[in-house]
Design a protein around this ligand. Structure first.
Ligand code: SAM
Length: 277
C-alpha cells in the first residue's frame, strides 16, 4: 500500500482513470500539490478538525488536506469516475478519508460530523453559489463548521466581500457579511487548472460570527431580494414589491426613502428585516 507521499502524480491518476474534465460538472482540476497545500493551510488548524470537502475530483486538495495533517476528511463527489482514484488515497491514509458519492446539494452535511469541523473546497462553479447560500443559511447559528475556505471565480469572491457603497455590493455580500467575516486570501491564475478556465479564481476564507445581528434569514432574503431586485431605484420604489407600507417601514427603520440599496449597510438590512410582519 502506497503512503500519501508515494501516490502517483495527479496527471497519471487522471490518465489512468480516464478523468477527462466535464464542463457540465464544473471540472477544473488543480494538479500542483504546492498550490493545493497552500489552500489546505489557509483553512486553519486541521489536525483537530474533520474537513468536509466538496468535489474532490481526482483528489489534489484531498491529498493536500491529509498531508497537512487533517484529522479526517469527508469528501462528497458526484462524478463516479473519480471514486477509484479517491479510494487509492483512502488506502494511503487509513481511517482518515470518508468518500461520499453523490450530489453535495442533497447531503445533510451537519449530520456527517460530530466534533469540530471545517469546510474546504475548490467548488464546481455551477453549484458554488447555491452551496454557499445553504451554508450561510444554516440553522442553528453558530453553525457546525468553524470556518469555510472556498475557491470561487474572482467575480463571485468580489461580490461576497464587497463593501457597502460599491457596485458589487448585493444579496450575496449582505448574507455573507451578516453571518461571517469573509476574507479574500489570494488569487489563482487560470493556467493553474486543467483545463484552464477563462477567468481568475480566488480563495475566500469565511469565519462565522459568533453573534450576528439578530435577524430572521428568510426576512433578510425578502428584503435584499426586493431592494437589489431593482437596485437602481430608490428604496421607496424598490421595496414596494414587499407589498407593505414602504414609507412607514423605512421611517421605522430610520432610513432615507430616497437612498438606494447599495448604500445601506448590514445593520440597516437587519433592521428592515426585523420590521417585516
Ligand atoms: N477538488 C478538485 C481539484 O481541486 O482539483 C476538483 C475541483 S472541480 C472545480 C469540482 C469538482 O466538483 C469536480 O470533481 C466535480 O465532479 C465535482 N462536483 C460537481 N458538482 C457536484 C455536486 N453537485 N456535488 C458534489 N460534487 C460535485
Amino acid at each position: 500500500m502506497a503512503a500519501l507521499d508515494d501516490l502517483p502524480p495527479l496527471r497519471e491518476v487522471i490518465a489512468a482513470h480516464g478523468l477527462a474534465a466535464r464542463r457540465s460538472l464544473g471540472q477544473n482540476f488543480l494538479l500542483d500539490l504546492n498550490l493545493t497545500r497552500r489552500i489546505a493551510r489557509a483553512a486553519g488548524s486541521l489536525h483537530d478538525h474533520t474537513i468536509i470537502e466538496i468535489g474532490p475530483g481526482p483528489g489534489g486538495l484531498t491529498r493536500a488536506l491529509l498531508l497537512e495533517g487533517a484529522a479526517h476528511v469527508v469528501a462528497i463527489e458526484r462524478d463516479e469516475r473519480c471514486l477509484p482514484a479517491l479510494e487509492q488515497i483512502s488506502a494511503a491514509a487509513p481511517g482518515r478519508l470518508t468518500i461520499i458519492p453523490g450530489d453535495a446539494l442533497a447531503v445533510d452535511m451537519a449530520a456527517l460530523v460530530s466534533g469540530p469541523a471545517r469546510i474546504a473546497a475548490n467548488l464546481p462553479y455551477n453549484v458554488a453559489t447555491p452551496l454557499l447560500v445553504r451554508w450561510l443559511e444554516t440553522e442553528p447559528w453558530p453553525p457546525f463548521f468553524a470556518s469555510m475556505t472556498l475557491m470561487f471565480q474572482r467575480e463571485v469572491a468580489e461580490r461576497i466581500a464587497a463593501p457597502s457603497g460599491g457596485k458589487a455590493f448585493g444579496r450575496l455580500a449582505v448574507l455573507s457579511q451578516w453571518r461571517t467575516e469573509p476574507e479574500i486570501l489570494f488569487d489563482i491564475a487560470p493556467r493553474a487548472f486543467v483545463p484552464a478556465p477563462k477567468v481568475t479564481s480566488s480563495v475566500v476564507h469565511f469565519t462565522p460570527r459568533a453573534q450576528p445581528l439578530p435577524c430572521d434569514t428568510q426576512a433578510l432574503e425578502r428584503v435584499t431580494q426586493a431592494a437589489f431586485g431593482q437596485r437602481r431605484k430608490m428604496l421607496r420604489s424598490s421595496l414596494q414589491s414587499l407589498k407593505l407600507d414602504t414609507a412607514a417601514l423605512l421611517d421605522a427603520a430610520g432610513i432615507d426613502p430616497t437612498e438606494r440599496a447599495e448604500r445601506l449597510d448590514i445593520a440597516d438590512f437587519c433592521r428592515l428585516a426585523r420590521l417585516l410582519p
